[in-house]
Design a protein around this ligand. Sequence first.
Ligand code: ADE
Length: 233
Amino acid sequence: AKTIGLMGAMDEEIALLLERVENQETAVIAGIRFVKGSLHGKDVVVCKSGVGKVNAALAAQLLIDRFEAGAIWFTGVAGAVHPDLDVGDIVISSSCQQHDMDASPLGYPRGTVPYQEVSDFPADPVFIALAEEACTRLCRDHKYIVGRVLSGDQFIADRGFVSSVLYGEMEGACVEMEGAALAQVCGMNRVPFVVLRSISDKADGSADVNFAEFTKLAAQRSFEILNDMVQHL
Ligand code: ADE
């Protein structure tokens, strides 16, 4: 069976995973700590990429090259874009796209990488189904949606930008800072992936306050689903 790379951007997002991985072996490459081991009898490598697209891209390529990850699953928190989403709800990536890639003066729609065939990278349908099944088992008082994850090197706290651009123009479900980077790296390497995000804030004027308050809880929710997915793989 292939090794699964399990990725988060922040300590809160991977802390619970690290508590459960057995037979841990640690390596540090390019300043990123990778922990190899097994989770529910499956080979996994857990890493904290750090925040933002460059960190996520680097960590994803290292997972593939140095740890022979045959799949990458991301767990973490995000700001809500779809108007139906509340704090604690879950987004399973149907695809991931950069919202801050903008060559519109050249005639490209926002999010389109010039001279590149794909800009909206589709997640693996088997992993999406696995995540949906985990959500049906675990999401009692919260909803989940399968939708587009938008990523950029910006913490979004502007509902006007969310409704006009991220939702209105780009049809996103949630916004965060890593998904599209690892999605592109996975796409280019033909490695299947899925991004799982629990909503920590509404990406509006209260995003900073909500983020601080709800990140731990949201990260835990995302972890629980990912953990269930590993169990049922
Ligand atoms: N991650 C969690 N909330 C976010 C937001 N509002 N913008 C970007 N990334 C986030």
